[in-house]
Design a protein around this ligand. Structure first.
Ligand code: ATP
Ligand code: MG
Length: 414
């Protein structure tokens, strides 16, 4: 894409009403624009990154047998009365029509998916099943001051699984947990799985996946020697305690974290609420065991920025960068030949063909944070060769090399 065609522009100053790094950098670099607290437009660069995160999640959910669907975002009140959510869920948005009918906006969709999937499940032979969607959710959050980390409207992947037995559910649950670690790894993030809130009070298994960041809204305690990790809010442990999980090898440290996903054992609650059953091997009616698996896609975009930035701007991991290469043509130099070669080689390029100073181009490239920078200038071209300057956003050193060698280096890495 030619940068001269991009309708967004870089903003020199951070918006005054944004307190977090992710919101400031994403707004300045033209990835998002705030409509109101907790509600953002995703602009061309931002939507490319959001789609890439979404696609990584999609690939891994498909790999564990999830079937993608899209469910409505506006629901009849009746479904939420059936589960008690209408009165119990404080963040539920309620909408009235002009004929005085009540609706809820989706904040999680057990109320829709349970009767939907069970419509097609008659016997144990129809189980297990897992369906998911990647859709916008609405929550009447009280505090949405953390940029993309807490939206009133936000993008979530929500998967729901249906099982004949507890054993089958637990087997699948473990598989999805593994897929989650793979997703966070592909996004360049290290997540810790906390044995989640509720764990202390119920027998149900659930995990919250936490990424350590000061912008996060959760406090966690984690062992510096083993996997043990809990949400500090409910924990009986405290900072500095010897870890009981690994027999005191490690000590518990406290940190701020952001919950990027979670997996829950829903038991038979929703199936019982909707009275949806299947016939077991003896022909007896049974309620399925359900699991639910959430990932905050738009929150992840914010968390990635919180983890990957420096004083100059964002440093996107290659897997989610809006483009792989930022091509800068300085002064009167023509970058179109390099632009075409890169495109022909299947590399995603943002080509800065604007008539602005080299200094502005360099600063803006750093702010946007595309992983590879290629510079063409008259000085480089004067040598007669095909030389360009190649630099990684994450490194200080630049190399002067022929374009085809630069291409090889980039292709080898992604
Ligand atoms: P939190 O404790 O942060 O409010 P939650 O427990 O309410 O999260 P879930 O209802 O389980 O979260 O939603 C699944 C996932 O959706 C979360 O793990 C998180 O990544 C994301 N998420 C939840 N609320 C928001 C929000 N307001 N904005 C952005 N992402 C969110
Ligand atoms: Mg919440």
């Amino acid at each position: 894409m030619r940068q001269s065609q991009l309708f967004t522009k870089i903003e020199r100053n951070a918006p005054k009403d944004e307190a977090t790094v992710n919101a400031q950098l994403l707004a300045r670099a033209g990835f998002v624009s705030k409509l109101m607290s907790g509600v953002y437009s995703y602009l061309p660069l931002g939507l490319r990154t959001l789609n890439k995160i979404e696609n990584i999640v999609r690939e891994e959910m498909d790999a564990v047998g999830g079937q993608e669907i899209s469910m409505p975002m506006i629901h009849p009140k009746a479904n939420w009365m059936t589960t008690g959510g209408w009165d119990k869920i404080d963040v539920l948005f309620k909408v009235k029509s002009r004929t005085e009918k009540d609706y809820a906006l989706g904040q999680s969709e057990e109320e829709v998916v349970t009767p939907l999937v069970m419509k097609y499940v008659n016997t144990y032979k129809d189980l297990p099943k897992a369906v998911y969607q990647i859709n916008w959710k609405f929550r009447d959050e009280l505090r949405s001051k953390s940029g993309l980390l807490r939206g009133v409207e936000f993008l979530m992947k929500d998967m729901y699984s249906f099982h004949e037995t507890q054993e089958d559910f637990e087997k699948y649950f473990a598989e999805v947990k593994k897929a989650y670690f793979k997703i966070f790894d592909r996004l360049g993030l290290v997540a810790k799985a906390t044995e989640a809130s509720g764990g202390a009070f119920t027998q149900k298994i659930s995990y919250e996946f936490m990424v350590l960041t000061d912008a996060g809204e959760d406090d966690i305690l984690y062992c510096d020697a083993c996997e043990f990790c809990v949400n500090a809010e409910i924990a009986k442990e405290k900072e500095g305690d010897k870890c009981t999980r690994c027999g005191g090898k490690g000590t518990l440290a406290k940190a701020k974290a952001s919950e990027v996903g979670n997996v829950f054992d829903l038991g038979q609650k929703f199936a019982k609420d909707f009275d949806v059953t299947f016939a077991d091997k003896e022909g007896k009616k049974q309620y399925p065991i359900m699991g639910c698996y959430g990932i905050g896609i738009s929150r992840l975009m914010g968390v990635i920025v919180e983890k990957y930035h420096d004083e100059g701007g964002i440093l996107w991991p290659e897997s989610v960068a809006p483009f792989t290469v930022h091509l800068l043509a300085l002064g009167a130099a023509d970058g179109s030949k390099a632009y075409e070669s890169l495109q022909k080689a299947g590399v995603q390029v943002l080509y800065d063909d604007r008539d602005v100073t080299p200094g502005a181009k360099f600063a803006e490239a750093d702010l946007i944070g595309i992983p590879w920078r290629i510079v063409v200038s008259q000085k480089l071209q004067a040598d007669g060769g095909d030389n360009v300057e190649l630099k990684k956003r994450s490194e200080k050193e630049a190399k002067i090399i022929p374009l085809d060698e630069a291409l090889k280096a980039i292709k080898a890495r992604h």
